[in-house]
Design a protein around this ligand. Structure first.
Ligand SMILES: [Fe+2]
Length: 173
């Protein structure tokens, strides 16, 4: 069983992960509109990963005997000034998500809820990777983004990303 407090926090985090997916899909749509199709691909896959994150928590709540309650997802930002703004927003957003995960971890620790801690450990690792990727994307852009030829190559590189579902999710289904 899950405590009421933990169940509520995880349900909110399911919403937050879905919101992340919504935000990244909105960024992808914007990037398509300015013909950065490689970056649009990268963010479309990122959106898919966020839905996976939501489903990992969704599955966990069910397995732990809790009740999944889906909450309203707010509208994401739809207008961006350029690619640089998208990449900056992404890093900021991932830092916020890390803080959210740490907050749930604090509560799980206080409650000695070891199974939730175990589940959250996956997200702690994932956030290290997410912040790393977002930082790298922003740094590359800051270094090379003003050069049109370099931007063309960066866009191509981003277009090579392919979606792979996380093992934790495929194992559970
Ligand atoms: Fe996420």
């Amino acid at each position: 069983m899950l405590s009421e407090k933990i169940e509520k926090l995880i349900n909110e985090q399911i919403r937050n992960e879905l919101f992340s997916g919504y935000l990244y899909l909105s960024m992808s749509a914007y990037l398509s509109s300015i013909n950065l199709n490689g970056y649009a691909n990268w963010f479309r896959i990122q959106a898919q990963e966020e839905r996976d994150h939501a489903m990992i928590m969704y599955n966990y709540v069910l397995r732990a005997g809790g009740r999944v309650e889906l909450l309203a997802i707010e509208q994401p930002k739809t207008d961006f000034s350029d690619l640089g703004e998208v990449l900056k927003d992404t890093l900021e957003h991932e830092k916020k998500v890390t803080a959210m995960i740490y907050n749930i971890m604090d509560v799980a620790n206080a409650e000695k809820d070891y199974k939730t801690i175990q589940m959250l450990n996956w997200f702690v690792d994932e956030q290290v990777e997410e912040e790393e990727n977002a930082t790298e994307n922003l740094e590359k852009y800051n270094m090379l983004g003003q050069d049109k030829k370099a931007l063309y190559l960066l866009d191509k590189e981003m277009g090579a990303r392919v979606y792979t579902p996380p093992a934790i999710l495929t194992a559970a289904e």
